[in-house]
Design a protein around this ligand. Sequence first.
Ligand SMILES: *Cc1c(COP(=O)(O)O)cnc(C)c1O
Length: 383
Amino acid sequence: MGPGPADVHPRVLAALARPTIGHLDPAFSAMMEELKGLLRYALRTDNPLTMPVSAPGSAGMETCFVNLVEPGDKVVVCINGVFGARMRENVLRAGGEPVVVEDPWGRAVDPQKVEDALKAHPDARLIAFVHAETSTGACSDARTLAQLAHAHDCLTIVDAVTSLGGTPLEVDAWGIDAVYAGSQKCLSCTPGLAPVSFGERALGKVKARQRPVRSWFMDLNLVLGYWQASDGRSGRRSYHHTPPVNALYALHEALVMLAEEGIEAAWQRHRANHLALRAGLEVLGLELAVPEPERLPQLNAVAVPGGIDEAAVRTRLLETYNLEIGAGLGALAGKVWRIGLMGWSSRADNILLCLGALGSVLNDMGHTADTGAALSAALSASA
Ligand SMILES: *Cc1c(COP(=O)(O)O)cnc(C)c1O
């Protein structure tokens, strides 16, 4: 129950063990086409350019920046946690000029500050922000930020690594131009793959580049020769790199499971389980660090009560109860625990284990709380 990887379902693990076939095999091509369709379903987009990058979420981030940022491009970058700071680094390395909009760790990106930055920098070409900041548990208003971007003639790059599958994300309806995600958060697949999707405007910017993309591996013009040229004629696909065949079986299975559940039902399950956890935490006298309207259901930052050694609690949870929760990062280091309820990990049995174990460990450490009442509160909240 940390900030990812989430538990991987046995069906997904079984998919990994299927025989490895050639990556230009017609059967593999057919699976790739299905995979792209399933990703479009999960991302709520019709973008033809929707595919998994053969590397972790960070490579999805880098794919967006190296393709969309040209040397000299001004990019408004919103930083309210670890991953926004990495976006800034990506802009710099792509030769762009970041304009940073900062918000406190544990809060959403403030659209007013973004609008001010866009007004102050009318030559900005892009805005980049993290939808679900896993380092703090804050959810930003992606719809409003994308609207602002378009009103100021900018493209959007959105980090949806933790939001995909766990919280409403509407790539087309919100007008998001480029988005990247990860396999191991709310999709509950193994780590190592990064779904990305580019809309027409974003693709237009890539095609109109003056200079080639600096990364050979992530240059979409080349990657597309492999991922996109199939449209039923698999013979036309050409070798670019050998994709992680078995990992792609796993992602396919995870997405089939998501489609079986229904994306809206998955969002609802994440929300209901978050409310159950919250009810139990309240009885234990523990507070969530992010204000209510900005909270992510799949990543719960819990304030460490005074006088408690936060690292000792995590060690006890792991050693005695085989339960992992995350530590705080950056500005929140030592101040919060991060409890993940992502994908297949977002389940009633996990919530009861977590509340019971946490209550027991805290009681041992002198923070008195009624663990039984916390379990009852969680159960009645989810009933
Ligand atoms: C996990 C995560 C990433 C990075 O994904 P990796 O698979 O670890 O490379 C990027 N952004 C956010 C918001 C994340 O939660």
